[in-house]
Design a protein. Structure first.
Length: 554
């Protein structure tokens, strides 16, 4: 038993202690509470996996709750995208879909109770005045002139705020706590403000909205969430969370913080991600260069790889920067098991097999995935003219160049051994075509000729190859911590060469049957995923990840 406990993370230790003490009757209930003001990113994946998996481990439940308290920035489109991302990751909230806006009437009554108990007051000071009253970490704040208003006046003003009788920004409701508190968040924080904006769910029913800090904890209590798991940035909010639980005498959810998911070369600020979208640096929230879950999905990252990555990162209380190579290694490992191998030539060079009968064509058998439990083959057409990668031929190759060169033998994957005879130079001074002969007794799987060839090349049949568009993506940022520089804007680190488009790649004809989101290993080139921009006439593939795993070779 001791050995088991040693392998638990600190959150699991807390939960097991609560279970041992029969806290909340032995019930475990978590929630994932996104704000619908943008798409989910890689950082959210950690919170999603944690909340859903830890509840499942201990026989509990997880709610999906949208903390939709700011009508200015929230949209139904974001709600739909978030639900899609969570389902894609493999998690099911079943019938437990909630919104903080569901609780607006109850939250309003909570605020009225605070006023009646002398724990909240209406303040008509300006935002700048309120900020100045806060003081500093070394100096106590000062009381607002409104702090000593009577309960009756506060109730009247708050009702007027609700009725729309005061303009935006003219007054707020503040909790009355302690203007000398060491935690500045306890210095009479604003808990309600006037916003005459149409809400994506409640329309114009409300013109006052609770602040996130007020709605979040109370929504947890309404849903009787036992363990409110959140990232470390909310550590200082916990004191307010607990103060409100005490003053409102509501269900005592426990807030527990864990380290954020900080991944090198990625940013996890929705405000900054929105800036990238609005500034045209990317094509949208689901651009394959974005660290959003929809962007990673479009790029071809499997949901299983994201879950494995979150598991490997683990759960700590200390912030750290995670190498992006770990994420890439998880993706590569999963795709190696899942992706069919196909042949695509990115920079075609024609090869003419001079002794292959003109006008003839045969069908060769190719294995889809050597890692699959059940072997599945496809048919590959082969004839006199093929294409290989231009980089796979050299006029005067060095000794350790195990590809094609004059007088050298090389094997074509799933096909025959060729011997290079000569080549032609085009008008541009580059090699235009290569002439080879083939050994007809060296067909792959049937070869007992004894003829040797050190290199194996991928290729496509000239007469049946299809032209595809290949979008090669590099990292969006040139710096591992683009938002970690106080003296520079993160936009300065946007990589201007993060997208290169190749319109002359040639692929084997089987790729005409690919569906949106299908990922393949382009032999010797990397993993690529069919993009939704594809048409029946032209297939478009996004580069997903390279074949080389630098993380596991350290």
């Amino acid at each position: 038993m001791e050995e088991k406990k040693a392998s638990l993370n600190f959150i699991e230790e807390i939960i097991e202690q609560d279970l041992e003490n029969a806290k909340h009757g032995g019930r475990i209930h978590t929630r994932f509470p996104p704000e619908p003001n943008g798409f989910l990113h890689i950082g959210h994946a950690k919170a999603i996996c944690l909340n859903f998996e830890i509840a499942k481990k201990y026989g509990g439940k997880t709610n999906l709750r949208f903390d939709d308290t700011n009508p200015t920035t929230e949209e139904t489109a974001y709600v739909d995208a978030i639900k899609k991302d969570i389902a894609w990751l493999g998690f099911d909230w079943e019938d437990r879909l909630y919104y903080a806006s569901d609780y607006f009437p109850q939250l309003y009554q909570f605020a009225v109770k605070l006023i009646n108990d002398g724990n909240a007051y209406v303040d008509d000071a300006t935002p700048d005045q309120i900020a100045a009253m806060k003081g500093s970490p070394t100096e106590a704040g000062t009381n607002s002139p409104s702090r000593d208003r009577s309960i009756e006046e506060n109730l009247r003003l708050f009702e007027e705020m609700k009725a729309g009788q005061h303009p935006d920004g003219s007054m707020v409701l503040r909790a009355k706590i302690d203007m000398a508190a060491p935690n500045l968040l306890l210095r009479d924080p604003v808990i309600y403000r006037i916003k005459k904006q149409t809400h994506h769910r409640t329309g114009d029913d409300w013109c006052i909205y609770p602040m996130y800090d007020f709605a979040h904890g109370q929504s947890d209590a309404i849903e009787e969430i036992t363990h409110s798991l959140c990232s470390l940035e909310f550590r200082h909010h916990r004191d307010l969370y607990n103060w409100l639980i005490e003053k409102l005498d509501i269900f005592p959810s426990r807030q527990i913080e864990f380290s954020r998911m900080n991944v090198a070369y990625m940013i996890t600020s929705k405000r900054k991600l929105l800036k990238l979208v609005q500034g045209g640096f990317v094509t949208g929230w689901d651009d394959p260069r974005m660290p959003t879950l929809s962007g990673l999905r479009r790029k071809g990252y499997p949901a299983s790889a994201i879950r494995i990555f979150c598991s490997k990162v683990g759960m700590t209380r200390r912030e750290n920067l995670i190498e992006i190579q770990l994420l890439e290694s998880c993706v590569r490992s999963e795709l190696n098991k899942q992706a069919d191998r196909v042949m695509v030539v990115l920079d075609p060079l024609k090869v003419i097999i001079t002794n292959y009968p003109e006008g003839s064509e045969e069908t060769l058998k190719a294995l889809n995935n050597p890692e699959a439990e059940v072997a599945v083959h496809r048919e590959m057409p082969f004839s006199r003219e093929i294409f290989i990668e231009r980089k796979d031929f050299m006029i005067d190759p060095p000794k350790k160049f195990y590809r094609m060169g004059p007088g050298r033998n090389v094997r074509l994957k799933h096909a025959y051994i060729l011997q290079c005879e000569n080549y032609k130079i085009g008008d541009n001074g580059e090699v235009a075509e290569v002439h080879c002969s083939y050994f007809d007794n060296t067909k792959s799987g049937e070869d007992n000729s004894g003829i040797k060839a050190k290199g194996v090349l991928h290729w496509v049949n000239a007469s049946t190859a299809i032209n595809i568009q290949v979008r090669n993506y590099d990292r969006l940022f040139t710096d591992p911590t683009p938002d970690g520089h106080d003296d520079k804007d993160f936009i300065e680190f946007v990589n201007p060469d993060s997208l290169q488009i190749n319109n002359h790649a040639l692929a084997e004809p089987s790729l005409m049957n690919a569906n949106d989101g299908d990922t393949f290993q382009f032999m010797r080139n990397g993993y690529y995923t069919l993009d939704r921009d594809s048409t029946d006439e032209k297939k478009v593939f996004n580069s997903t990840i390279s074949l080389k795993d630098s993380y596991n070779k350290k």
